[in-house]
Design a protein around this ligand. Structure first.
Ligand code: NAD
Ligand code: ZN
Length: 343
């Protein structure tokens, strides 16, 4: 079958003919319909330091997808051929303390699809049945394809109560934009989003931001005054991985403010601990999404009127993936989706 493979230890990604995965008794074979390109895939493409340290070569990459079940193992009874499903990209060990207690998202031995095991940029992917999410079959197919990053956004956005609160989101990438829509849906008052990319700031505004500000030209403090906010933001969602953005956030939180940190720093970042201590801030690291409470909430929010579709700005054929990676590199995009098969 065709797959997009990191087959050389250098920048790039290549189309290869790889063998179809074998289906174990507890596995589900999924024919991939759509797959989203994630920032992680771009890191792997570019072959940065993290990728060099992390990715065994050759590796079929990709982890955001929706597909249709083609075959199920003999021990699988809850899924059938023809079901529209996505996969939770973290395959957990099942026997560490957290796994045994049902806190699978906190597993210390998690393996990532498209990172540590073959991924979804392929005609087929195989997953253990415990990693398969049965979709509301009526949801928009492209939206189903991005449940993975939507899950990052939703898990981070819902980590702290936002009803009636003022929320600061640093980073208007696809995840920051989806989080904007989620906190709006969840009843936040003011939602201020920052970035340094005008295209993405427009997207954040379209997804419901009260203000989307370019921090090169405007200060968060001035916006607070404009909005009549006296005490700082109640909840912060750090979604850029940028040191300056985190500094801005810590400086603009209210006393007792809560910050959920999803952004992955590219290098060491200094933190103004003085402010963290004296303003009694909470900093919460976030990785992945909850299995499967976040998946449930995503579905329920979509069914109750949340619309994240505008974050998808590019849809291209899988074999034109170079174009997709180029637009991601350029940054004039929201989510980019590869079409693997119609349906
Ligand atoms: P992205 O790289 O597309 O978006 C990050 C945005 O931050 C960009 O639009 C960039 O212009 C902006 N930015 C840069 N400097 C800024 C500044 N000074 N102030 C405000 N914004 C600034 O990433 P994404 O796909 O939307 O993901 C968001 C972050 O979450 C990334 O850091 C990503 O690596 C991380 N991530 C973490 C997890 C996890 O499980 N923890 C999962 C997925 C993604
Ligand atoms: Zn575990």
């Amino acid at each position: 079958m065709n797959a997009l493979v990191k087959s050389r230890r250098e920048p790039g990604l290549w189309i290869q003919d790889v063998s179809e995965p074998t289906v174990g008794i507890n596995d589900v074979l999924i024919k991939v319909l759509r797959a989203g390109i994630c920032g992680t895939d771009l890191h792997i493409y570019e072959w940065d330091e993290w990728a060099q340290r992390t990715i065994p070569v050759p590796m079929t990459i990709g982890h955001e997808f929706v597909g249709i079940i083609a075959e199920t193992g003999s021990n699988v009874h809850d899924f059938s051929a023809g079901d529209i499903v996505s996969g939770e990209g973290h395959v957990v060990c099942g026997h560490c303390r957290n796994c045994m207690a049902g806190r699978r998202h906190l597993c210390a031995h998690t393996k990532g699809i498209g990172v540590n095991r073959p991924g979804a940029f392929a005609e087929y992917i195989v997953l253990p049945q415990t990693n398969v999410w049965f979709h509301d079959q009526s949801l928009n197919r492209d939206v189903q394809a991005i449940f993975d990053p939507f899950g990052n956004a939703a898990h981070t956005a819902l980590r702290f109560n936002v009803l009636g609160e003022d929320v600061l989101i640093t980073g208007a990438g696809p995840i920051g934009c989806m989080a904007t829509a989620v906190v709006r849906h969840a009843g936040a008052r003011h939602v201020v989003v920052t970035d340094v990319n005008p295209y993405r700031l427009d997207l954040a505004a379209a997804m419901g931001a009260t203000r989307a500000i370019d921090v090169r030209h405007e200060s968060i403090n001035a916006i607070q005054r404009e909005l009549g906010m006296d005490e700082g933001f109640d909840v912060g969602l750090e979604m850029s991985g940028n040191a300056q953005a985190l500094g801005d956030m810590i400086a603009n939180m209210c006393h007792g403010g809560k910050v959920a940190m999803l952004g992955i720093p590219q290098r060491d970042m200094t933190i103004d601990w003085h402010t963290v201590v004296f303003n009694m801030l909470t900093l919460q690291g976030i990785y992945g999404r909850e299995m499967y409470e976040t998946w449930y909430k995503m579905t329920a929010m979509l069914q109750s009127g949340l619309d994240i579709a505008p974050v998808i700005t590019h849809r291209i054929a899988w074999d034109e993936y170079e174009q997709g990676f180029a637009v991601m590199r350029d940054g004039a995009c929201g989510k980019v989706i590869l079409n693997w098969s119609d349906g």
